[in-house]
Design a protein around this ligand. Structure first.
Ligand code: ADP
Length: 238
């Protein structure tokens, strides 16, 4: 499936905050079934890229094309119906609703054309069965992250954007979530991962885009990236 045409193509993307260019001509693509890593020093524009692609911010320039259709500036709730969903660095569940209710909302909200996964399967697969009837506010960090992921999956995404999903997880949880993410890609979902843990990135991604100052400075395997002087420089100089 890695030979298929890209599901998402980003071309010359620009996002400004005041006079500052957080994205300054970013271009890349991702295919169905692929896990693409976005890496780079703090402030290089990784989260902004996720925010623009997921419709949280409209781009100031360039194109975002999903399956041949331009989606730049389309609001995030509409993009969910077209098959783009994401997780957040800081998950934002409905805190007073139970885990199960949070997932019910997402299931009801998802792509109508695709059969929803079952509640039981989601709870079981992401280790939330024991806390299913507790308010989301009661969850620990790892459980909050899993609920955020499950809420995204409940909407049946074709493109899933994971913003620091692994941050704060322990080694056993990291291994387990790495396998889950790989299984999601195997099922045909295109996945973009922003993560600071390089070992984790190397383990799960097919390819990375290294960003600096809002644009790509390298595209390829992480193992190759870490030998490129310009890449080493931006990480050390960060
Ligand atoms: P990264 O995820 O690579 O650490 P970000 O995309 O979060 O980088 O940020 C890129 C730059 O854009 C940073 O300098 C950040 O301060 C700035 N930035 C991000 N979001 C906003 C915003 N909503 N308003 C103003 N500046 C922002």
């Amino acid at each position: 499936s890695r030979e298929t045409a890209p599901i998402l193509k980003v071309t010359n993307l620009v996002k400004r905050f005041g006079g500052f260019h957080a994205l300054d001509g970013l271009s890349f693509h991702v295919a169905s079934g692929e896990i693409l890593g976005l890496v780079g020093p703090n402030g290089s524009g990784k989260t902004t890229a996720i925010n623009v692609i997921s419709g949280l911010y409209a781009p100031d320039g360039g194109e975002v094309v999903l399956d041949g259709t331009s989606i730049g500036g389309v609001a995030s709730h509409k993009l969910v119906h077209r098959g783009i969903n994401r997780t957040f660095q800081i998950p934002k569940p409905f805190l007073s609703l139970t885990v199960r209710q949070n997932i019910e909302v997402a299931l009801a909200y998802g792509r109508a054309a695709v059969a929803p996964p079952t509640m039981a399967a989601l709870l079981d697969e992401y280790r939330l069965t024991d806390v299913a009837d507790r308010p989301a506010a009661d969850l620990n960090n790892a459980q909050q992250k899993m609920l955020d992921l499950v809420r995204a999956l409940a909407t049946r995404p074709r493109l899933l954007l994971l913003d620091e999903l692994a941050a704060g997880l322990n080694p056993a949880e990291l291994d387990w979530i790495a396998e889950r993410i790989k299984a999601l890609a195997q099922s045909g979902i295109a996945i973009i991962v922003v993560e600071h843990l390089m070992g984790f990135i190397e383990h799960i991604t097919d390819r990375v885009i290294v960003m600096n100052a809002g644009k790509e400075i390298f595209e390829g395997k992480l193992a190759v990236a870490v030998q490129v002087p310009q890449v080493i420089e931006v990480f050390l100089g960060g």
